[in-house]
Write a protein that binds this ligand. Structure first.
Ligand SMILES: C[S@@+](CC[C@H](N)C(=O)[O-])C[C@H]1O[C@@H](n2cnc3c(N)ncnc32)[C@H](O)[C@@H]1O
Length: 224
């Protein structure tokens, strides 16, 4: 998945890349190691940001990957300082997506690319499902395959390319859910408390929504 983002983002040695909602920095380290990119991670959660820094130190990538603890809706980077912005499966957690996309536009150099994957709806979620996705996967809001391109254009991006990854993600999700179900049953059998039933129900609903074609995954690539 990160190789495709690298390709869509024209990422090559010495390029400056920002990773929005970088988590523990896995994609960032991969881009630094495999592509020679100089990556700035923007990550809000202090523990994740600390973990990301620690992992970069441990694998000797601290000079090419830097971690900035910040909100992607207010990024402390200079305008026109990045060749590419990437984000992997994370913008659903951000309440003000327009602000985050506008920040990506601001920090990109002219001609630079934003490329990201995220969950997106084919059909609007009803209130009960939106609540369930909030409880299960912390989805603040989920854009649709129609509204994401509109938002991207509204903040100034052009040449929107949308790739529908729903069937690919449905397969992965099904495997992950089977693994999760098996672990849950094993822990229940040996009498260990098996965790959060709310989360389990939401996850099951997520799988059903993806398999039923309501919810899906997309990769969006645009140019400044
Ligand atoms: C699903 S993880 C994805 C991590 C990473 N992109 C990856 O593929 O490994 C989402 C991350 O987004 C971070 N996040 C959520 N809201 C954010 C925000 N407003 N600004 C920056 N990071 C945020 C979370 O703390 C979490 O680490």
């Amino acid at each position: 998945m990160v190789d495709v983002l690298a390709q869509r983002g024209n990422i090559s040695p010495g390029r400056y890349v920002a990773d929005f909602c970088a988590g523990l920095g896995g994609p960032a380290r991969y881009l630094a190691h495999q592509y020679g990119a100089l990556v700035t991670c923007i990550e809000l959660n202090p523990d994740r940001a600390f973990g990301a820094s620690d992992l970069c130190e441990r694998v000797g990538l601290a000079r090419s990957v830097r971690i900035v603890r910040a909100d992607v809706a207010r990024v402390p980077l200079l305008g026109e300082s990045m060749d590419a912005v990437i984000s992997q499966e994370a913008l659903l957690h951000v309440p003000d997506k327009k602000a985050a996309l506008a920040e990506a536009y601001r920090v990109l150099k002219p001609g630079g690319r934003l490329t990201f994957t995220d969950w997106a709806t084919h059909v609007s979620l009803n209130d009960a499902d939106a609540q369930s996705m909030w409880r299960g996967i912390a989805a603040q809001s989920i854009q649709s395959f129609v509204t994401y391109p509109q938002l991207l254009q509204a903040v100034g991006f052009r040449d929107v390319q949308t790739e529908d990854l729903t069937s690919e993600w449905a397969r992965i999700l099904e495997e992950r859910f089977a693994m999760y179900r098996q672990l849950r049953e094993e822990t229940q059998r040996i009498g260990t408390p098996s965790g959060d039933s709310d989360f389990y129900r939401s996850y099951a609903r997520l799988v059903a929504l993806v398999q039923g074609g309501t919810l899906g995954g997309g990769r969006f690539t645009v140019q400044k």
